[in-house]
Design a protein around this ligand. Structure first.
Ligand code: NAD
Length: 485
């Protein structure tokens, strides 16, 4: 069980769902949540299904008229209070996250701050819901464009960022005047419930935010099947995203889908080596490689390959694998046994096809703890070049020409994040335009900030989150024609 002595405020650890402004159990019993570091039970949460999900949708529908009419300054003030409470409770939220997700405590705290940044951002955006006004083509008409909330929203979120993936959806929905029903990942529901405790304290009215925990399929079916839910925002795998898209078709919902990636990370001969190594470490090993924007294929030009490989190997050797609660640990366990098995399968496949381990301590592998490794001489025929590895394997692939690197980078059905390192301004522009991805990082390994639009193309999804554009996902445009003037 979770050690509540780790929390300043034990009331943040809730084992009930939050539906229609009340904490409740479910008809379907409970599901267990496991600490991936120890394999022990963190606790249980209700196994909600159709009945609880319908109750949450009904409460959201009931809350919608008053919430949308609330002056935007008041919605903004509630979001500002929620942001402040998240920041005040950052240590507790981080401890809950590490217990159920496994990431090192300092990194979990970093995610809490990142998650809060969306609440702050959209508190500010709530006040800037500008429309438009212009004359019609005939002289007797004026056209107004009004932005109105889409209505009841649903969010389905993944386990790898148990807080940030929720605030990135809930904050713009609330700012736009929409109520929202959240189904958090069944592996990490406690972080979501703690956020709801703080939202309630911040003054979010009953029904405006519900958290429905439990096994995914029945809740997903109820949310997608409901005609009252006008919008679904999903972050997770491409397979589940496309299933939810199909389930949403009969009710023609608005959709935002943040799906999987297969990020290229290209290092050209003229790169700043220090920046490139620092960027690769951040992009590849954050959250033990379990991020959708994680460098999956590291393409290194032949003139710098040996120096880059040596410097990256040195840095990887300094990483420390272990329980995220232990001081000094920088890489935690993977989320499940299946996740660890996938990384092993990618490693075996790569070794069989000619790659070799050039850095790391493979002998440290045990249970869900997967040691960070650098692989030399990887190539595009390997599984790790075509599927998300979602683990701490850094495969280096050698290339000789710029066009070759761009072609390899784009040869994937995914299009989320991409990164490249060069000091040549003409190449920077050329390659930046040629990469077919929703996000491009030039000389940086980080593209996830609240101020920039986040999202992908191709199988990586639809829509953008964060930034001034993110609130548009929760707003409809109404054209108001004023004639006879
Ligand atoms: P997943 O698709 O298995 O699960 C995501 C969410 O969907 C979870 O809440 C899960 O419980 C739920 N779910 C699963 N099956 C469902 C069903 N039949 N009906 C309704 N809901 C269902 O993905 P995951 O393993 O939790 O997360 C990892 C994936 O998410 C990776 O592919 C990663 O790239 C992607 N991801 C993308 C982004 C992004 O912004 N693009 C961010 C983080 C993670």
């Amino acid at each position: 069980m979770f050690r509540t002595d780790r929390l300043r405020d034990p009331a943040l650890l809730r084992n009930q769902a939050f539906v229609a402004g009340a904490w409740r159990d479910a008809e379907g019993g409970v599901i267990e949540v496991i600490d991936p570091a120890t394999g022990e039970r963190v606790g249980t949460v209700p196994n909600c299904g159709e009945a609880e999900t319908q109750a949450a949708i009904a409460a959201a529908e009931a809350a919608f008229p008053a919430w949308r009419r609330r002056p935007s300054a008041e919605r903004a003030a509630i979001l500002e209070r929620w942001n402040a409470l998240i920041l005040e409770n950052a240590d507790d939220l981080a401890a809950i996250m590490t217990a159920e997700q496994g990431k090192p405590l300092a990194e979990a705290r970093g995610e809490v701050l990142y998650g809060a940044s969306f609440v702050k951002w959209f508190a500010e955006e709530a006040r800037r819901n500008y429309g438009d006004a212009f004359p019609g083509p005939a002289g007797d008409r004026r056209i107004l464009v009004l932005k109105e909330p889409v209505g009841v929203c649903a969010a389905i979120t993944p386990w790898n960022f148990p807080i940030a993936m929720i605030t990135r959806k809930v904050a713009p929905a609330l700012a736009a005047g929409c109520p929202i029903v959240v189904k958090p990942a069944d592996l990490t529901p406690f972080s979501a419930l703690a956020l709801a405790v703080l939202a309630e304290r911040a003054g979010v009215p009953a029904g405006v935010l519900s958290i429905v925990t439990g096994a995914p399929a029945p809740i997903g079916a109820a949310l997608t099947g409901s005609a009252s839910v006008r919008k679904l925002s999903f972050t997770g795998s491409t397979a589940v995203g496309s299933l939810l898209m199909a389930q949403s078709a009969p009710t023609v919902k608005r959709l935002s889908l943040e799906l999987g990636g297969n990020a290229p990370f290209i290092v050209f001969d003229d790169a700043d080596l220090d920046l490139a190594v620092a960027g690769a470490m951040a992009s590849k090993f954050r959250n033990a490689g379990q991020t959708c924007v994680c460098a999956n294929r590291i393409l290194v030009q032949e003139g710098i390959y040996d120096r880059f490989a040596a410097r990256l190997s040195e840095a990887v050797t300094r990483l420390a694998l272990g329980n995220g609660f232990t001081e000094g640990i920088t890489v935690g366990p993977l989320i499940t046994d299946a996740a660890a098995a996938k990384v092993s399968a990618h490693l075996e496949d790569a070794l069989a096809k000619g790659a070799r381990i050039i850095a790391g301590r493979p002998e440290e592998a045990r249970a869900r703890f997967v040691p960070p490794l650098v692989l030399g001489e990887a190539n595009p025929t390997m599984r790790l070049a075509n599927e998300e590895t979602f683990g701490p394997l850094a495969p280096l692939m050698r290339f000789s020409r710029e066009e070759e690197a761009v072609a390899i980078a784009n040869a994937t059905p995914f299009g989320l994040a991409s990164y490249f390192y060069t000091t040549d301004i003409r190449r920077a522009w050329r390659v930046g335009e040629a990469l077919e991805f929703g996000m491009v990082g030039l000389n940086t390994g980080s593209v996830s900030i609240e101020a920039a639009p986040f999202g992908g193309v191709k199988l990586s999804g639809l829509g953008r989150e964060g930034s001034a554009y993110g609130i548009d996902e929760y707003l409809e445009l109404k054209a108001f024609h004023m004639g006879g003037l």
